[in-house]
Design a protein around this ligand. Structure first.
Ligand code: NAP
Length: 264
C-alpha cells in the first residue's frame, strides 16, 4: 500500500538513501533540506533514478525554530494526511556553536526541530493509516543538562550531540505515551556509518550507510514493526534494546519536557 512519507535531512547521507529506497518502492516521498538548490537536485535525482514522480520536498533550516514553524505551516497546507514521519536531519560538528536564539546547534537541529515539526504535524499523522514517527537517535546518549539545553552551559561537540540524542529518545517515549494512536520509535541506525557527518567527526567509518537506510525503511513500512511504539531500536545489535537508563526515569523525562515547553 502506498504511503505518504516525509524524511527530514534527505539531501545527503542515510536520509537520502532512505528516501530513494522508499520512492523506489512506489511510495509518495517528501524530502526536506536546508538548501533549495541541493533539495531540487536531490528530488530530480531520485525521480530519475526511481521513475517515481511522486517525489517532492520542503525547505527549512532546522537550526532556526521559525524556519521549522514555517515548514509546519507549509506541510499542513500542502498535504491532507501523513503516514510516516522520519526525523532524520542531524548535525554533529557545526561551524557555529549557537543558533540565533542562543541554543546549541546540536540541540536546535537534533532535538528542538523534530520536536516542533512533529507537534505541528500530529493532526496530519492522525489522519494517516498506521501512522509512524521514526526518530534518529544514536548509540551516543548522555544525560541532559538543562543548562546545556538552554544554551547557558557550553559543552563539547560530543557531549552536546549525545545529550541531544538522549533528549530525542526521552521525548520519543513521552510522545508514544501522549499519542497512543501514533507509533513512535527511536532508532540508532548503526554506529559509524559511511556518511559526511561521520567523515567530519571521526575521519573513518565502520559500516555502509545502506545499513542505516535499510533499518529506517523497515521501521517505516514493514508490517513486522506495525503497532510497536515507545521503544528504542539499536541497529548495532539489530534488535530493540535498552536506551540510556535516564530515558525510563519519569521525573527526568517530565523535567525535560517541561523545560522544552518553556524554551520553545
Ligand atoms: N552516520 C552515522 O553513523 C549515524 C549514527 C547514529 C545516528 N546517526 C543519525 O542519523 C541521522 C543522519 O545522519 P547522517 O550520518 O546521514 O548525516 P549527514 O550525511 O551529515 O546528513 C545529515 C542531513 O541532515 C541535514 N541537516 C544538517 N543540518 C541541518 C539544518 N540545520 N537544517 C536542515 N537540515 C540539516 C543535512 O543537510 P545538508 O545536505 O544541507 O547538509 C543532511 O541532509 C542524523 O540524525 C544522525 O545523528 C547517524
Amino acid at each position: 500500500m502506498e504511503k505518504i512519507i516525509l524524511v527530514t535531512g534527505s539531501t545527503d547521507g542515510v536520509g537520502k538513501l532512505t528516501a530513494a529506497k522508499l520512492a523506489g518502492n512506489g511510495h509518495a516521498v517528501y524530502l526536506h533540506g536546508r538548501s533549495p538548490e541541493k533539495l531540487d537536485a536531490t528530488i530530480s535525482e531520485i525521480r530519475t533514478m526511481t521513475k517515481n514522480e511522486k517525489v517532492d520536498g520542503f525547505v527549512a533550516d532546522f537550526s532556526d525554530p521559525d524556519g521549522v514553524r514555517q515548514m509546519v505551516d507549509q506541510v499542513n497546507r500542502d498535504l491532507s494526511k501523513m503516514d510516516i514521519l522520519i526525523n532524520n536531519a542531524g548535525v554533529f560538528k557545526s561551524p557555529e556553536e549557537y543558533n540565533k536564539n542562543g541554543l546549541d546547534m546540536r540541540f536546535a537541529v537534533n532535538y528542538f526541530a523534530p520536536y516542533l515539526l512533529t507537534q505541528g504535524l500530529i493532526s496530519l499523522l492522525n489522519k494517516g493509516s498506521d501512522p509512524r514517527v521514526i526518530n534518529l537517535s544514536s548509540a551516543a546518549q548522555s544525560p541532559v543538562s538543562l543548562n546545556a539545553l538552554s544554551g547557558q552551559e557550553s559543552v563539547s561537540d560530543w557531549e552536546s550531540y549525545a545529550q541531544s540524542k538522549l533528549a530525542l529518545t526521552m521525548w520519543s517515549f513521552h510522545l508514544a505515551q501522549a499519542c497512543p494512536e501514533i507509533a513512535v520509535i527511536a532508532v540508532n541506525p548503526g554506529s559509524l556509518l559511511n556518511t559526511r557527518m561521520v567523515a567530519e567527526a571521526f575521519g573513518h567509518h565502520r559500516s555502509s550507510a545502506d545499513k542505516g537506510a535499510d533499518i529506517l525503511y523497515d521501521l517505516a513500512v514493514s508490517d513486522k514493526y506495525k503497532g510497536i511504539t515507545g521503544k528504542y531500536f539499536d541497529n548495532d545489535q539489530g534488535c530493540f534494546a535498552q536506551a540510556h537508563p535516564e530515558a525510563y526515569r519519569k521525573t527526568e523525562v517530565d523535567r525535560l519536557i517541561h523545560a522544552t515547553g518553556n524554551l520553545i
